[in-house]
Design a protein around this ligand. Sequence first.
Ligand code: PLP
Length: 387
Amino acid sequence: MTHDFDTPVSRVGTASLKYEARTTHFGTDDVVPLWVADMDFPAPEAVTSVLVERAQHTIYGYTDYPESLYVAMQHWFKHRHRWEIARNSIVMCPGVVPSIYAAITALTEIGDKVIIQSPVYHPFYTAVKDTQRTLVENPLIFENQHYRMDIEHLAECAESGAKLLVLCSPHNPVGRVWQRAELEALLLVTRRYDMTIISDDIHADLIFPNQVHTPIATLADDVAIITAVSPSKTFNIPGLGLSAIVANDKAQRQAIEQVFSSWHVSNTNPFSICGFEAAYQYGETWLDDLMPYLDETRLAVKSYLESTLPEIVLVESEGTYLLWLDCRGMGLDDADLHRFFIDQVKVAMSPGTLFGSEGAGFMRLNMAVPRVVIMNVLRAIRSALSS
Ligand SMILES: Cc1ncc(COP(=O)(O)O)c(C=O)c1O
């Protein structure tokens, strides 16, 4: 391993949401921030040097998307995910969440039903509600500490007239990397009911050794699929705010482009373009060091919980740097659970209920920090519970 993920980097004074918004969200800044999904690791060196070089140019005018940006993205997905993306199916976007909002706006009417699979990344809820669509939940089934999709209930949701499904693949917060067979079962339903899929693949690259992420778009040409991708989570550049969608249906793609154009957000800034391209072009060795590091942290957490903190169970995670902790064994209701971690452990995690009512009794821990930070938090939980 040539990259160092153990040395702490201070983020003080960088207007970091994760650090600066602690008081607003948790009532105190005296908590270790393990909530917002970015990493406390420096981005790949190649990304930084390209950004520095661009900054030194000193003119930061309006930008257009260079062809090399698309080429870097196409190469990445072909090489890492065996996905050949046609150039004309790509639309650059100002973020994955905005893409979900735009796609829902473009492809459905007010009141239309949109399916999400809870517990899930909370902006999926707001994207449906803020656009005045009707939320239809197809909760994941949780059995033997394992999450799976409820395909039968999905068919019932489709039967009720839902037009759109928002898939999270891999799934935040439960850490599933959906298997090909699961995605194929889902496609059978969407095909039968002529439903469109928006697949949020932002965590596609953050998968643990021995896992394979299958972009759902590689499994079906005859289902309308809009896949949202970005190097932002992968390479820790989410603040640069650039993503892309890949849409196989021309009319849908144009409708989404039209929404972005009507919001006047079709262009971006010079830094996000440089960061996006450099990450996909030069970031691979960094990522290939990152994932084993995160995997080791995950295994260290699992081992500590099993041996020393059995009140908390780590739900088996296949991808993402977000750990889903089953805290129901602590016997606290959600308000008390939340307060316990803030007041007694002094750690800020995301409460499970943020992701839906199915998250009651769970907490989401962002482990993308030097491992020692996580292990110290676990020790603090142990000692607070024992006192
Ligand atoms: C599943 C998922 N989608 C989207 C985002 C955010 O994407 P963006 O910052 O590009 O809007 C996150 C961030 O945590 C996420 O977990």
